[in-house]
Design a protein around this ligand. Structure first.
Ligand code: NAD
Ligand code: MG
Length: 389
């Protein structure tokens, strides 16, 4: 039986890994929509290779280029935010949500409203609007599957287990590009230095977020939303080798660890074939050759993002949307060379502290999340202006 699949963020790192798996078994899938933003050639060639119904770019100025690239193929072309949301509403059995940032929220919600299984790499949407996503999935009998190495690992370790027997969840962190740097050097870290990851090959934004630990901060909140555990039950453990992705600790003292090579095609493939396990083209670990796996506690002085995430989890409401939007804007500021590496966390902290509690306590609707997101982006731009000016 062929399955109808759509890939949001198809031209990115997760999107390309998803296409790699799907293209190995083309008869099994009927591709509905592929979306991207700037890489039109890639989007068009993948749409033609996979015989998609429609290709959408987020960038309206590139619609003509997309149309030209697809000429004669019979594949529809569309552009802009409304078109991205519209393809989210097209019936599909399985949807990969791999847009980077809060822009992934609305298309993901639409896919859930169609009852699709949503493979969620776009962790930002869970951080912004976790309860909205979970309630939309429930109301439409749709399935949400994690596509983050840590959360896929936890999800797998929980198969057949009772959540009442879960004592704690440990997500590991490689420590990113600067884990061994002297603290006083961090302020002068450059974009090129922050954009290289020791173990994982990922998009630039998540790679920089790994160096600052904002990625792990988002993942703390993501863990809370997926698995419904208390914040004090979630731990971060620095594990430089990135072989153990997460561990679940049970009330009898057992720790179930998920061990595997750092290759996102495992988490993507698990979500693609769930509830089955199928053969995947990932390396097999030779533990005798690896010899030792090491661990250290996370350092909240080096990585203030972890402390901020704990404050967000305590605060609840729409504080996750504020946190994510301020983080995305601070990251834009760092990429543009306007603020230093460590200033990113200062910007986010100030925006969180200055946000009117009335905004945080507003009901979690898509409109309110969007409004708070826009407000926090403006507040972050103002803080950056002040610091940079
Ligand atoms: P990426 O930057 O490589 O790709 C992002 C994709 O989103 C591209 O297709 C891009 O065209 C599209 N996009 C960017 N801005 C957009 C916008 N405003 N509107 C619509 N589309 C837009 O990113 P990535 O590394 O593949 O990460 C994608 C998501 O998966 C992120 O949420 C990230 O946190 C998560 N994730 C990634 C990895 C990884 O290994 N790369 C691992 C775990 C989770
Ligand atoms: Mg991860």
């Amino acid at each position: 039986m062929t399955r109808r699949v759509s890939i949001f963020g198809a031209t990115g790192s997760i999107g390309q890994n998803t296409i790699d798996l799907i293209a190995r078994d083309p008869d099994a899938y009927d591709v509905v929509a592929l979306t991207g933003a700037s890489n039109i050639d890639q989007l068009a060639s993948d749409a033609m290779r996979l015989r998609a119904d429609i290709a959408v770019t987020a960038d309206e100025t590139q619609l003509d280029d997309l149309r030209t690239a697809l000429e004669g193929s019979g594949i529809e072309a569309a552009a802009g935010q409304a078109a991205l949301t519209e393809v989210g509403c097209r019936p599909a059995d399985w949807v990969m949500s791999a847009i980077v940032g809060a822009a992934g929220l609305a298309p993901g919600i639409c896919a859930l409203e169609q009852g699709a299984t949503l493979a969620l790499a776009n962790k930002e949407s869970l951080v912004c609007a976790g309860q909205l996503i979970l309630s939309t999935a429930k109301a439409n009998d749709a399935r949400l599957l994690p596509v983050d190495s840590e959360h896929s690992a936890v999800f797998q370790a929980l198969v057949g287990e009772d959540m009442d027997a879960v004592e704690r969840i440990i997500i590991t962190a490689s420590g990113g590009a600067f884990r061994d740097w002297p603290l006083d050097k961090l302020a002068s870290a450059t974009l090129a230095e922050a954009s290289s990851h020791p173990n994982w090959d990922m998009g630039q934004r998540i790679t920089i977020d790994s160096a600052s630990m904002f990625n792990k901060a988002l993942e703390l909140i993501e863990t809370r939303e997926y698995f419904g555990v208390r914040p004090d039950q979630i731990e971060v453990l620095v594990h430089p080798e990135s072989m153990i992705h997460a561990m679940v600790g049970f009330t009898d003292g057992a720790l179930m660890a998920h061990v595997g090579p750092p290759d996102m095609r495992h988490a993507i493939g698990y979500a693609l074939h769930w509830p089955d396990r199928r053969a995947l083209p990932v390396d097999r670990l030779d533990l005798a050759q690896i010899g030792a796996l090491t661990f250290r506690p996370p350092d909240e002085v080096r990585w203030p993002a972890l402390r901020l995430a704990r404050e967000v989890m305590e605060r609840g409401g729409l504080s996750g949307a504020v946190f994510n939007a301020a983080k995305e804007t601070a990251l834009d500021g760092f990429i543009a060379g306007r603020i230093g590496f460590q200033t990113m966390a200062q910007v986010v902290e100030q925006v969180l502290n200055d946000t009117d509690p009335g905004h945080i306590d507003a009901p979690m609707t898509l409109d309110n999340v969007h409004a708070v997101d826009q407000m926090a982006r403006q507040a972050a731009r103002d803080v950056i202006e002040h610091k940079a000016g």
